[in-house]
Design a protein around this ligand. Structure first.
Ligand code: PEP
Ligand code: MG
Length: 873
């Protein structure tokens, strides 16, 4: 039998997403639960892939199947394709397995031609509507299928409005629309070189092929790159009989969410327009009405709609995004899909659905993408300072969050300004898919036009970006790089602030405030904590970072990089003198000074962590990183150290290394300068003893030795550490529990982990260096080529962000296995960047690590990802 390329809506169901695309599968599913769906068919994603294999042409067999199925649809709806009496018109839409808003093109009213339009005008007794549909169709078809620029068609329309003094399109008469159709056909002939196709089947074939082609247009590719989606899925095409929302005042169309997609509140949310087509709502050309007002306009239709949304939520057990049309008081559901939502809405709806008994706690946990939690952790405007700032205007609260920055008017300039380190607010009349990259880099987006379901609103919510849309007081003058509000002009670079939760726009920069971590956030985190096996620690070097992390739920410090404490303005001269000392005695004196600083730092950190574990790493980077490079600083330092400039320069040049990352750093430093390790051990342990005594806390410091590759390196340094600690206990007449362990970041260490485990009390995988040395990729330079590796599919992702499971991951697995072969209870964690990456966390869970350690803002992400890892297993 020939392959089946086309499925009627009654032949599919929700499980066929990869074949029918999200839209096609949904329409089939809706059909099967008895919703009023206009009949149609889906051309499969496999047909799209076959189209590409067949030189971007549909096979004969495909075309025949489309024909045959169209006959069935005609039967069902009682209309005929291209008929001059009762013409069937169809919509043609793209639909990949994963929804990609605005990326792909839609054609409405396909099937209209010179004859069908006459029949339609007659049947509906509405020639105005028929010719309006026809001229819209010609414009849309030309734009989507043949890339004839839209503006060419806007001119004759504007001309009619201007010469007749019309303020809106609805004033244009039927005769004028007939003239417009003729002008449009002439534009088509001129631009395309042939007449507008009159055969509806030709129209349909061209349209389906155009959708297939749009799968690989630049916007779709960019979208998939940003969202990490595969380029090999292909898109399906749904062909559906049209119903009309613009056939008079008993018609309308709208979009609604079963819950609020910005806040998650369980309340119908959306908008509609009477006497309009769906595109009018999405494009934001006319400002729609709130969905609840439909209750007054058409009470029984509204009632039916409410019942359907409840039915859909109960069926799909998730928030739905529903498109509907009312044709002559008859409600039709055009499509429904899982609603895109902000992180806040995802969290609230997931938690409330658990409380409503709709889903389980586990499902709620699986439903939140860990990386989106980031959006809930970022600051909002400080309400106390809000009285002092001037509200400029207000638009729609399209996507929550607070953003402050400088105004830019094009995506391109937004990208450049961001590269120059500026925070950007992208201001546009309305956005389109061409703006995606600008939106991606901007802190916030402000549009003058469009509703809550406009492109800007939908895309910003998907990106978790603050957006105020439909702000009609904002007059954008892109050409002159400025906008005005009630006459006041704001030039490019002006500072403004946006509150995406209220829709308010403010002048200048506003102070922001930390987010609320209780409520729904706290509930979800508590459910995740019950499930996860991994402990979550943080990488923190300051009391401030440490306390942020503890607030976010960190259960200890997994990495305190002591060198960061050296860069303080007051300390760096002391550090420099220490490094440049020409004798052990001189170095000792400066180390005494540093001891005071470090001890205070550690005491403050212990006090934040209380009895949670704190891993402190001994000095790691090559010493030259601390030295001055500017002439002026060198002169000053020479003066302080009472040495000549030339001597100083000589010492500095002696410290120069060709390959510092593989050079004199990590434990190699401590082996050459044991007195530094002694000072640091003193600082760590004296602080621990003092805080234990002063605050009655049981501090358990974990001293970590970096960059070990040879067992004897570790043995040598452990001996120094232990004897220093014993001396301190003696002096203080007080002892406490402590651990001495090593980092696993040199590949050789993972190969001899069994030997090292004999004397090491814990391991912490430094996956940054392990990746660097495992691949031989410089951490500091690989950015230049990694993206090309990803584009060319040599690597699936940046191995410095997501652990390379098949290579570096094997080193980790081996290190764990060998380490535990000598010490079965060996505590093992990870403190490289990967400790905060959800995919890597799943891997670390599966290889049996005890904890991951990550930056403070990633702690909640890690808590959730660790729970998901358990549930997935
Ligand atoms: C590592 O190498 O993974 C690590 C945590 O140490 P650093 O990033 O400081 O080299
Ligand atoms: Mg390292």
């Amino acid at each position: 039998m020939d392959k089946k390329w086309v499925y009627l809506f009654d032949e599919g169901n929700a499980s066929m997403k990869s074949l029918l695309g999200g839209k096609g599968a949904n329409l089939s599913e809706m059909n099967s639960i008895g919703l009023p769906v206009p009949p149609g068919m889906t051309v499969t994603t496999e047909a799209c892939l076959a189209f590409y294999e067949n030189n971007k042409e549909m096979s004969e067999e495909m075309v025949v199947q489309i024909h045959n199925n169209l006959r069935v649809i005609e039967e069902k709806i009682g209309k005929k394709f291209g008929d001059s009496e009762n013409p069937l018109l169809v919509s043609v839409r793209s639909g990949a397995a994963v929804s990609m808003p605005g990326m792909m093109d839609t054609i409405l009213n396909l099937g209209l031609n010179d004859e069908a339009v006459v029949g339609m005008a007659k049947n509906t007794e509405n020639p105005r509507f028929a010719y309006d549909s026809y001229r819209r169709f010609i414009q849309m078809f030309s734009d989507v299928v043949l890339s004839v620029p839209k503006y060419l068609f806007e001119k004759p329309l504007e001309d009619i409005k201007i010469s007749n003094n019309y303020t809106s399109d609805t004033e244009i008469t039927a005769d004028q629309l007939i003239d417009l159709v003729n002008s449009y056909k002439k534009i088509y002939l001129k631009e395309v070189g042939e007449s507008f196709p009159q055969d509806p089947f030709v129209q349909l074939k061209m349209a389906i092929e155009a959708v297939f082609r749009s799968w690989n247009n630049a916007r779709a590719i960019t979208y998939r790159n940003i969202h990490g989606l595969s380029h090999k899925m292909g898109t399906a095409v749904t062909v559906q009989s049209m119903v009309f929302g613009n056939m008079g005042n008993d018609c309308g169309t709208g979009v609604a969410f079963s819950r609020n997609p910005a806040t998650g509140e369980k309340r119908l949310f959306g908008e509609f327009l009477m006497n309009a087509q769906g595109e009018d709502v999405v494009a934001g050309i006319r400002t729609p009405l709130n969905i609840e007002e439909l209750g007054q306009v058409m009470p029984s239709v509204f009632q039916q709609f409410v019942e359907i949304t409840n039915k859909l939520e109960n069926h799909y057990k998730d928030m739905q995004d529903i498109e509907f049309t009312i044709e002559k008081s008859q409600l039709y559901i055009l499509q429904t899909r899982t609603g895109k939502r902000t992180a806040e809405a995802a969290l609230r709806s997931a938690v409330e659905m658990v409380e409503e008994g709709l889903i389980s706690q586990e499902e709620a946990i699986m439903r939140i993408q860990p990386s989106t939690l980031d959006q809930l952790l970022h600051p909002t405007f400080d309400s106390k300072t809000m009285d002092a700032v001037k509200e400029l205007t207000k638009g729609l609260p399209a996507s929550p969050g607070a953003a402050t920055g400088k105004v830019y008017f094009t995506a391109k300039e937004a990208v450049v300004a961001t590269k120059n380190g500026e925070s950007v607010i992208l201001v546009r009349k309305e956005t389109s898919p061409e703006d995606i990259e600008g939106m991606n880099v901007a802190k916030g987006i402000l549009t003058a036009r469009g509703g809550m379901t406009s492109h800007a609103a939908v895309v910003a919510r998907g990106m978790g970006k603050c957006c105020v849309a439909g702000c009609d007081e904002v007059k954008v003058d892109e050409e002159n790089r400025q906008f005005s509000i009630r006459g006041e002009v704001f030039e490019e670079g002006s500072e403004i602030s946006l509150d995406g939760s209220t829709g308010k726009v403010y002048r200048g920069v506003i102070k922001t405030m930390e987010p609320n971590l209780s409520g729904n956030f706290g509930k979800l985190m508590a459910w995740a904590d019950k499930i996860r096996n991994l402990d979550i620690r943080t990488n923190a070097d300051t009391p401030k970072d440490a306390s942020t992390a503890v607030r976010f739920g960190a259960e200890g410090i997994g990495l305190c990089r002591t060198e960061h404490m050296f860069f303080d303005e007051k300390r760096i001269p002391v550090v420099r003198r220490m490094i440049l000392s020409d004798s052990v005695e001189k170095r000792q004196t400066t180390l005494e000074e540093l001891l005071v600083f470090q001890k205070e730092d550690f005491k403050a950190i212990y006090r934040v962590l209380k009895d949670k574990p704190v891993t402190v790493r001994l000095l790691d980077p090559p010493l030259h990183e601390f030295l001055p490079t500017e002439e002026e600083d060198i002169l000053k330092l020479a003066e302080q150290m009472k040495v000549s400039v030339s001597t100083l320069k000589e010492v500095i040049s002696d410290l120069h290394e060709f390959n510092p990352m593989l050079g004199h750093r990590g434990c190699r430093l401590a082996i050459t300068y044991p007195e530094i390790a002694v000072m640091q051990t003193r600082a760590i342990m004296e602080a621990a003893v003092e805080v234990s005594q002063e605050d009655q806390l049981s501090i358990i410091p974990e001293i970590m030795i970096p960059l070990v590759g040879i067992t004897k390196e570790f043995a040598y340094l452990k001996k120094i550490v232990v004897s220093t600690v014993e001396q301190i206990f003696d002096e203080k007449q007080h002892s406490l529990e402590y651990l001495v362990g090593t980092m696993m970041e040199v590949p050789r260490a993972t190969l001899i982990a069994d030997q090292i485990a004999e004397i090491s009390e814990f391991f912490s995988f430094g996956t940054n260096d392990l990746t660097q040395m495992g691949f031989g990729f410089s951490r500091d330079d690989s950015g230049k080529f990694i993206s090309e590796y990803m584009d060319k599919e040599i690597l699936p992702s940046d191995p410095f962000q997501t652990i390379d499971q098949e290579g570096i991951g094997k080193l980790v697995e081996m290190g764990v296995k060998l380490g535990r072969s000598t010490k079965p209870n060996l505590k093992i964690g990870v403190c490289g960047e990967h400790g905060g990456d959800p995919m890597s966390i799943e891997f670390f869970n599966n290889v049996g690590l005890d904890y991951v350690s990550c930056s403070p803002y990633r702690v909640p992400i890690a808590r959730l990802a660790a729970a998901q890892a358990v549930l997935k297993k």
